[in-house]
Design a binder for this molecule. Structure first.
Ligand SMILES: C[S@@+](CC[C@H](N)C(=O)[O-])C[C@H]1O[C@@H](n2cnc3c(N)ncnc32)[C@H](O)[C@@H]1O
Length: 295
């Protein structure tokens, strides 16, 4: 790790650390800074990988995103009816603008934001589009009336920080409608891969409790917070496993991942261990749907 000596020198100079303190205190400081540097690097790599996988999936996303459509529809039902016509709405993690058209029928102006340019470009819909990272949004404080985000914020590197940023971007009285994938999701895939090795083969998802606490800590009023389980059914385990790839969601947000492609025999083992229900291979998503308000 080439950064180590530089950090060490910097710390010594800026904090005028006495030599006798170097071994314990400084080591702790160094470890903290290195861990944070590594986290940043890892986060950058994960972002690149997420962007690239969603970009590759953009063209066919719409045909495979069944569960996402159900969640989007449930999220629309939470939107407060009323004087929405003069309002600015952000569709965060908009993907190929699958929900933007409906949002345009509700709000006078819709800004679609996504990390993947391909996703944004794959729709002909005319609307403002911004290719940006939700963890570093280029939006001013108190500038947006409504945030709608379906099946996207689980990709944030820091959900709590994202909630703070969304709170700041919203105008007083602003609303946020958010669905996010939580712990318990893709358990069938997890069970099947457990027959192969002890590595994790799926994303790590935040718990429902963490989501609710983060939102509360931000200061949002929670008008509604519901958990739903959405399930897709496939005729074979192989199709179930492939469904994750088809929507671009195969980047894993942790380090305990298995590298490389599966051999034929490994894949066979995974498929035989896939739990079937009535001869169907299910893929379930545990999703929290939130209706939030800034005061
Ligand atoms: C599962 S798709 C959801 C798309 C759409 N909202 C829907 O309801 O079908 C998730 C989207 O989040 C986007 N995304 C992932 N990480 C992101 C980030 N850090 N910032 C902005 N968008 C991100 C992906 O590119 C992808 O288009």
């Amino acid at each position: 790790m080439t950064a180590q000596p530089v950090l060490k020198t910097d710390l010594m100079q800026t904090r005028k650390v006495k030599p006798c303190l170097v071994s314990s205190e400084l080591n702790r400081e160094l470890n903290k800074e290195l861990t944070s540097e590594l986290d940043k690097e890892l986060s950058k790599e994960l972002k690149k990988s997420t962007q690239s996988k969603f970009s590759k999936a953009a063209e066919h996303y719409n045909t495979h995103a069944n569960v996402q459509k159900h969640a989007a529809s449930d999220l629309f039902k939470l939107i407060k009816p009323g004087f929405n016509k003069n309002k600015v709405c952000v569709d965060l993690g908009a993907g190929p603008l699958v929900n933007t058209h409906t949002l345009q029928s509700m709000f006078s102006s819709v800004v679609a934001i996504d990390l993947s340019l391909n996703m944004l470009q794959s729709s002909d819909l005319t609307t403002a589009k911004i290719c940006a990272d939700m963890d570093n949004l280029p939006l001013q404080a108190n500038s947006v009336d409504v945030i709608y985000s379906n099946f996207a914020v689980q990709w944030s590197a820091n959900f709590s920080a994202l909630m703070q940023s969304l709170y700041s971007i919203l105008k007083p009285g602003g609303q946020a409608y958010i669905s996010t994938v939580v712990e318990g999701s893709l358990n069938e895939i997890k069970t099947a891969f457990a027959a192969l090795d002890s590595n994790s083969h799926i994303n790590t998802f935040n718990s429902e409790l963490y989501i609710n606490q983060s939102v509360q800590n931000t200061g949002f009023t929670i008008n509604s917070a519901k958990k739903r389980i959405y399930t897709d059914e496939y005729t074979t385990p192989l199709k179930a496993i492939a469904s994750i790839k088809a929507i671009g969601a195969t980047t894993q947000n942790h380090t305990n991942t298995r590298q490389g492609l599966l051999t034929k025999s490994a894949l066979k083992k995974v498929c035989s261990a896939y739990p079937l229900i009535n001869n169907k291979a299910c893929v379930s998503y545990h999703v929290v749907l939130l209706s939030l308000e800034k005061h």
